[in-house]
Design a protein around this ligand. Sequence first.
Ligand code: PGA
Length: 252
Amino acid sequence: MSRIPLIAGNWKMYKLSGEATDLVKALIPAANSVDYCEVAVCPPFTALSVISNLVKGTKISLGAQNCYPEKEGAFTGEISPAMLKDIGCKYTIVGHSERRKYFAETDAFINQKLFKLYEYNLLPILCVGETLEEREAGKMKEVVGSQIKKGLANVPEEKMQTTVIAYEPVWAIGTGKNATPEQAQEMHLFIRALLGEIYNATLAESIRIQYGGSVKPSNVKELMSQKDIDGALVGGASLKSDQFIPIIKFRD
Ligand code: PGA
């Protein structure tokens, strides 16, 4: 089964609305020119509205970086999946390692977010990945396996079909030190096999598994050439058009 790679920019807490506008305007022609991948940008909440209007009718999809797992309510400072849908989002990142680390997000909480996103037909990008300490202890499969099983607990097959997984080794995020294509492929294959066990082989073959962690123009081609790597979740290099455009055009 062929999987269309998803190249998504995670802008984190960067870009005022004017800066976001300039960046997206520069990305639109590049995204429109490629037919071998899908492109998405995940701006901060404050720029979603302006970017939503700009990407209408283009090949850029809109994503959010987080959500709170309720439709609405007295949750000061939070943003609901209903609001994200309303503003034009297609994707929402959940379980990013920065949220796990700085905001103490648990797998159970991340699982709740997935269910709320499904209710609003938003496609989750579920991030998993081990720390350097865990890798050095040889525990990466144990850790990632547990994040996958707990994060996806009780997710039915038809919802899993709409879910993207992002394997992001924590030691590679923002460090400039990417996983080698072989290290990444090994973990992607492990995740796909696990999805095969939880669901079935046909479903596992259809799921997109992105790699994230210091993806840049110089390493994207090699990473994307791996059999089980179906796109990239890009932080730092997605903030500059001269970096993100060659990543989008990784096959040109
Ligand atoms: P990075 O971030 O590309 O800056 O390493 C990736 C991510 O956090 O999604």
